[in-house]
Design a protein around this ligand. Sequence first.
Ligand code: ATP
Ligand code: SF4
Ligand code: MG
Length: 288
Amino acid sequence: MAGGETVGIVGETGCGKSTLGKAILSILPPRTRVTGHLLFRRTDLNTLDREALRRLQGEEIALIFQDPMTRLNPLMTIEQHFLETIRAHQKVSKREALERTMAALTSMRVPESRIRNYPHEFSGGMRQRIMIALALVLTPSLLVADEPTTSLDVIVEAQILEILQDLKRNYRMSLLLITHNLGIVAEVCDKVAVLYAGKVVEQGSVTDIFARPVHPYTRLLLQSIIHLDTKELRSIDGQPPDLLFPPSGCRFHPRCPYAKPVCHEKVPPLEQFRSGQSAACLFGKDFV
Ligand SMILES: Nc1ncnc2c1ncn2[C@@H]1O[C@H](COP(=O)(O)OP(=O)(O)OP(=O)(O)O)[C@@H](O)[C@H]1O
Ligand code: SF4
Ligand SMILES: [Mg+2]
């Protein structure tokens, strides 16, 4: 993805969206085997040592999670959270750290006067804004947001998405937005990658993929919104597979209406079917 771009990662529950986000931040459990390359400004994150990774996290790449309460310490004030985060990464005076804290809170429209409050004194929407401000206080160039608005009501969700859009424009920050809500992707993202069973099955610009999806899974995801008038991605027959025992060949074959015998054996490569749009389907050309 390019600087300032927003990329959406979509897929049903259990497809590996959060795992992908955690892999980028190198916070998967220690015994996880990560294959492939995680390129950030031409550096493969898989090759960095712990210290280099720690520096990169927070300063260059930040992650926000779905449930802010799991990340905020109930015994610490908002001010203490910010000071601790800033000082873990940078040697700055308390005064400067406080100035940055105020600027980050203001950019997320959290009143400065509430800096001495504790997390439980805020509403869910406010807590999520504080979490985002905490991720932004070190001005990262990439923000990975894992379902940042799922637990919030629609109005608060819309406000937070609007603020994220503003921030992205102002800071030229790239945003990787993990969501199961295709409506949000259509509204907010420039590009989208569709995950199925831990693999990207289609990627491209939001305009192309919404207008002319190639992969049968993407097509079903999009149809499920239109037919059921829902933004939840849970209306395709069957379930995503257990990733400990993924299906052979194309992982989507047990649920694919177009599956042929070869699909049980051959793993489809991610191929370009149109300029800037690729999909992993052995019969992709039939759907172009
Ligand atoms: N590439 C992968 N290879 C092997 N296992 C994986 C992979 N990606 C995810 N998993 C496993 O699949 C399970 C579900 O993954 P994950 O939590 O990332 O899904 P998700 O798409 O974020 O789901 P949800 O929408 O419910 O948050 C996890 O237990 C994870 O360990
Ligand atoms: S490779 Fe076969 S099973 Fe997989 S999506 Fe394409 S047609 Fe369906
Ligand atoms: Mg998840």
